[in-house]
Design a protein around this ligand. Structure first.
Ligand code: FE
Ligand code: FE
Ligand code: ZN
Length: 287
């Protein structure tokens, strides 16, 4: 099983530090933001120690497909109301894709966005229109994330993502990132993950699934909330999340933990260890 987690990217070691952090947790993959998720300030790629990071990953048997980049959530391709937001979404997404290409990573996780004051069909058509203004190089794949449906978020049903994918000119350069907390909150029953994968396969196609975000949820199924819980401490529960982690049909897909820090300490080393040996112990999460 390929397990990773969200890691920091900060001075002085940047991406090299991110990989070191992931390795310190026993992770086989990691996910980073190329800068603060809520703003557009970015360091030049030449300063991010991308080659050193790739070297350290290679030494540990990890290809750069295991370094997943998450696009900042200020990018909202579903917004058709404010032209300046739409314009920024496209130009910043284009730059972000270029950064992924220069870093040498493969997958860029992107939230489809929120339609704000219009409606879901308008949101979907706006996303298609906006993404068709972006050029994705052949070595980058954008993974649209499944959302919880909170507020006016688009992408909380597989059918919505299928509709978006069907409208994209560079269709083959897009796929999906499945977030377990989000789809639980959107109303999917994760108890039998094979059922979820069957439904994903029928609507989108399993070959389009590139990343899994493995999170527990603080809310009950269908609540449309999006609050992540630590593995085993939420409503999805350890056994179901462990089943997802070991599912044969997704064994080559990186599963990334985006669970909250506990007492300001990262829980990932313990969560990864528990998922790897299949035994949950809530006491170990008392950090
Ligand atoms: Fe996300
Ligand atoms: Fe996520
Ligand atoms: Zn979330």
């Amino acid at each position: 099983m390929i397990l990773g987690c969200h890691v920091q990217m900060k001075a002085p070691e940047y991406l090299l530090g991110s990989v070191k952090e992931a390795l310190s947790y026993g992770a086989d993959a990691c996910m980073v933001y190329t800068g603060a998720p809520q703003n557009t300030i970015r360091k030049p790629i030449s300063q991010l120690k991308a080659a050193d990071a790739a070297g350290l990953m290679a030494e540990n048997g990890m290809s750069m497909e295991r370094m997943i980049i998450h696009a900042p959530y200020i990018i909202n391709p579903a917004n058709s109301v404010k032209p300046e937001v739409a314009e920024l979404s496209v130009s910043f997404l284009q730059q972000e894709i270029q950064r992924v290409h220069e870093i040498g990573a493969r997958y860029l996780v992107l939230h489809p966005g929120a339609y704000t004051v219009t409606d879901l069909p308008t949101g979907i058509q706006t996303i298609i229109h906006q993404l068709n203004l972006v050029d994705v190089p052949s070595d980058v794949t954008i993974a649209l994330e499944t959302m919880s449906g909170k507020g006016s978020e688009v992408g909380f049903r597989f059918e919505q993502l299928a509709e978006i994918l069907a409208g994209l000119q560079q269709n083959e350069r897009y796929g999906v990132c499945l977030d377990t907390c989000h789809i639980n909150d959107a109303g999917y029953d994760l108890t039998d993950f094979d059922d979820v994968l069957d439904s994903f396969d029928h609507t989108i196609g399993l070959s389009r699934l590139h990343v899994i975000h493995l999170n527990d949820s603080k809310n009950a199924k269908g609540m449309k909330k999006d609050r992540h819980a630590n593995i085993g401490l939420g409503t999805i529960g350890f056994d179901v999340l462990h089943q997802i982690a070991v599912n044969q049909r997704t064994e080559n897909i990186a599963k990334i933990l985006e669970t909250p820090y506990i007492n300001k300490k990262p829980p990932y080393g313990i969560e990864i260890e528990m998922l790897k040996n299949g035994k949950f112990d809530a006491k170990k999460l008392e950090l």
